[in-house]
Design a protein around this ligand. Sequence first.
Ligand code: T46
Length: 134
Amino acid sequence: MTPKLINKIELPLIGNENGDLSFCESGKSIPFEIKRVFYISNVRKDDKRGFHAHHKTKQVLFCIQGSALIKFDDGKNKDEILLDKQNIGVLIDSKVWHSMENFSEDLIMLVLASEYYDESDYIRNYQDFLDFVN
Ligand code: T46
């Protein structure tokens, strides 16, 4: 069976008169041990990011403020998801080409990663990616 490209992760959203709270836990709602956290902000609507795959790193993306369109490509199938809720994330598995666009200008994207930063884990050329996965 073809693995699903879009794996959504829904976190609790605990709201009261003082605001909303969501939480996630390494190895529980996040399906790997979290070794790295980074965040992206100050984007413009027409910016586009990503356009790479990872040999090993898995990531979960959340738009904790604003929204972004996340595109996936495993070399055979393509899919996309609009992230626009603080408690809905999406898993980016290793060996999946991905990009992010259609940013809202108030975006704050939080990314949880399974590996420490290592540029040699990136495949940044699309033809190299296709050669690698096929
Ligand atoms: C991904 C998407 C969702 C570091 O030095 N350490 C880090 O942990 C990261 C994430 C990046 N960097 C450096 C590497 C580049 O010089 O920051 C610069 C911008 O990174 P990049 O162009 O890869 O940014 P994005 O937004 O295209 O991709 C990032 C992640 O790099 C990537 O793993 O999947 O977010």
